[in-house]
Design a protein around this ligand. Sequence first.
Ligand SMILES: NC(=O)c1ccc[n+]([C@@H]2O[C@H](COP(=O)([O-])OP(=O)(O)OC[C@H]3O[C@@H](n4cnc5c(N)ncnc54)[C@H](OP(=O)(O)O)[C@@H]3O)[C@@H](O)[C@H]2O)c1
Length: 273
Amino acid sequence: MSTKPQKARITLVGCGKMGGALLRGWVDSHMIESAIVIDPHQASDLFSDNKAIEFLNTPPKSYDKGSDLLIIAVKPQILHESGKEIAKTLPISVPILSIAAGQNLTSLGNIFGSSRPIIRTMPNTPASIGKGMSVCVSNANTSSAQKQLAQMLLETSGKVEWIEEESLMDAVTALSGSGPAYVFYLIEMLEKSGIELGLPPEMARILSRQTVIGSAALAEHDPDIPASVLRENVTSPGGTTEAALRVLMDGRAQNILTEALIAAKQRSKDLNS
Ligand SMILES: NC(=O)c1ccc[n+]([C@@H]2O[C@H](COP(=O)([O-])OP(=O)(O)OC[C@H]3O[C@@H](n4cnc5c(N)ncnc54)[C@H](OP(=O)(O)O)[C@@H]3O)[C@@H](O)[C@H]2O)c1
């Protein structure tokens, strides 16, 4: 889906880690025509220079200035209560973009109205520095223009993909949603192994972290080269990398990773049911 830059009138509910990072990206990309930010304790001083943003502690009585999209970025446990309050005054034509984990389109429809356009997205933490992966799914009420608007806003925080089948969201959550934690664990494991091999701890810490940073940057630099080819590029026949990969690629690591993703997928399913 390609998007043309445009300015949007948005309402943001919840201006914490994710909501705040998204708002920062939209402000920096000059995408906001006007914004209402609803959060009981938000740090409005972070955006005090921006006259287009109005900060409220509770939902407004009306949305008379117009809102092209309302973004939900509160914790899932308070979504029901705060959502019901918002739904009382929000015109049914205003689409919802929810980043709340574990809230499917049906439960969002129950809160905000089943005839409302609703987009559910699963971002991940690198979104806070513009390197995120967001995966979206929408209900049947959502127009392609509304999806484009959501895409445009989410692209400020990284890549955006769409799925047709909401049931895939559990697998998405298991891979890209929880995925940053697996990569951080890889850094931890490399560090631990380096220490076991005799490296001073501080050296092992620097080497493991920078190796993952550099490899990710290489993968980003050459997006069309498959990871397997990037791997082969550092593997000379009879060399050290080949010796390591013979151990690493005997199937056990792949099986463990698949097992881990299956556990995350199941947990996502349980949380959604
Ligand atoms: N952080 C992540 O990596 C991540 C990744 C993917 C998805 N998400 C989703 O993003 C959502 C937000 O997560 P987060 O980490 O940004 O949480 P967060 O930092 O706690 O932000 C939530 C914000 O909502 C505010 N809030 C509480 N009650 C409210 C209400 N009734 N109306 C409006 N705002 C209210 C909170 O204020 P107080 O702090 O004063 O209560 C806080 O500022 C969650 O649904 C989460 O599942 C987060």
